[in-house]
Write a protein that binds this ligand. Structure first.
Ligand SMILES: *Cc1c(COP(=O)(O)O)cnc(C)c1O
Length: 406
């Protein structure tokens, strides 16, 4: 039976890589009364939001907002740009890339799933030269889109999206570039226009610090043009009617009004702080967490240091240890949720989310829960990760931190 009477004291530690902790300021904004989504106040909110949200994607082109989880926005990106039987080139970086590929097949597309052999693709990012080589072979341009995941949430490995753009251009290929940054947006640097992305897919419950329930497609002029000819069936997801209604700040159907209040607040918070500061804060947290993993003597899932995710860290447990058993102990003893190993990584690792409404001390507590739980589970540790992370954070103050001597 579901235990609804489990109410431990203090705050739950939600340290999975999405949903991430939601700041009180956003929760309060969402608690305002729901208003008429056809009224003038709503139109003003919609217009403001649709402009502000472009800044987070670093785009001057339209951003579509759906009342759906990230998976819906994945489907929308494919359904608006492609036709039945179209070949799409997708790169295996982990579990989310695998699920997206499965979706493409279910939608009646012909995904070609390339990647490094075996499990290697789950420890390194997208290999742009493999994409370039494949596109060069595709002389008659059968491949209509290249789909890649920017921040692979199942592994904690990012991918260099600019390098994928360069690969497509070097092959002289007209394929669209479609990118999933569902867990990267507003935590890891992302540049829709500069990187020449045609459709960027994102979601609310990760770097944007919102509850689950809204998701995004950022568009390019080329994507909008292609969408007029694309033949996959679509209605709810169709960009054309949404773009038209959005001109006045409205949607063709009832939007998630209260989540949009939350989005408005989240965008204010991010833009007041400055995106570059937000990214630096995440990089620093990730570095502190990696110091802890090193001190434990454990391996990090990501094997390419330039691609370490600022959003989460995958911690590989020694051979023979079931990571899910360790996670269960940590959850039950310390009320701390960690991400599980997904797909090919199941049981091999756990994932620490360091995104959203965190700070040094919530992360120290998180690492404390991991360390104590691993000890309880009998995992041999080389040293104290908590101490190592504390030292890292103390020695690397972030600009904008209050100066104790001032
Ligand atoms: C979370 C996530 C998804 C799925 O989004 P949902 O909101 O769960 O539908 C897809 N891709 C990546 C990279 C994700 O992190």
């Amino acid at each position: 039976m579901l235990k609804l009477d489990f109410h431990p004291s203090g705050r739950h530690f939600l340290q999975i890589p999405g949903p991430s902790p939601v700041p009180d300021r956003i929760l309060r904004a969402m608690s305002l009364p729901t208003i008429d989504h056809r009224g003038p106040e709503f139109g003003a909110l919609g217009r403001e939001l649709l402009t502000k949200v472009q800044k987070v994607f670093k785009t001057e082109h339209p951003v579509i907002i759906y009342p759906a989880s990230g998976t819906g926005a994945w489907e929308a990106a494919l359904a608006n740009t492609l036709s039945p039987g179209d070949c799409v080139l997708m790169f295996e970086t982990g579990h989310f890339a695998t699920l997206w590929q499965k979706m493409a097949r279910r939608l009646g597309l012909e995904p070609e799933f390339i990647g490094l052999p075996g499990y290697e693709g789950w420890r390194h990012g997208v290999q742009a030269e493999m994409i370039e080589a494949r596109l060069k072979e595709d002389g008659d341009h059968a491949i209509k889109a290249v789909c890649v995941v920017h921040n692979e949430t199942s592994t904690g490995v990012t991918s260099d999206i600019a390098s994928v753009r360069r690969a497509i251009d070097a092959a002289g290929h007209p394929a669209l570039l479609i990118v999933d940054t569902i867990s990267g947006l507003a935590s890891a640097d992302y540049r829709h226009d500069e990187w020449g992305v045609d459709v960027t897919v994102s979601g609310s419950q990760k770097g944007l610090m919102l509850p689950p329930g809204i998701s995004f497609n950022a568009l390019s002029p080329k994507a909008i043009k292609v969408s007029r000819e694309a033949k996959l069936p679509k209605s709810f997801w169709a960009w054309d009617e949404i773009l038209e209604a959005n001109q006045n700040g409205y949607w063709p159907y009832t939007p998630s009004t209260n989540l949009l209040y939350g989005l408005n607040e989240a965008l204010d918070m991010l833009l007041e702080e400055g995106l570059e500061h937000v990214f630096a804060r995440h990089q620093r947290w990730a570095a502190g967490v990696r110091c802890a993993v090193d001190a434990w003597g454990l391996e990090i899932q990501c094997q390419t240091p330039e691609l370490y995710s600022p959003v989460l860290t995958g911690v590989v447990l020694p051979e023979g240890v079931d990571a899910d058993v360790v996670r269960k102990i940590i959850y039950e003893r310390f009320d701390l949720s960690l991400g599980m190993g997904l797909g090919k990584a199941k049981g091999k690792m756990f994932r620490i989310g360091h995104l959203g409404d965190c700070n040094d001390l919530t992360l120290i507590a998180t690492l404390g829960g991991c360390e104590a739980g691993m000890k309880l589970a009998g995992v041999p540790l080389a040293g104290s990760g908590v101490t190592a992370a504390l030292e890292y954070f103390a020695e690397h103050p972030l600009d904008g931190t209050r100066d104790p001597k001032a």
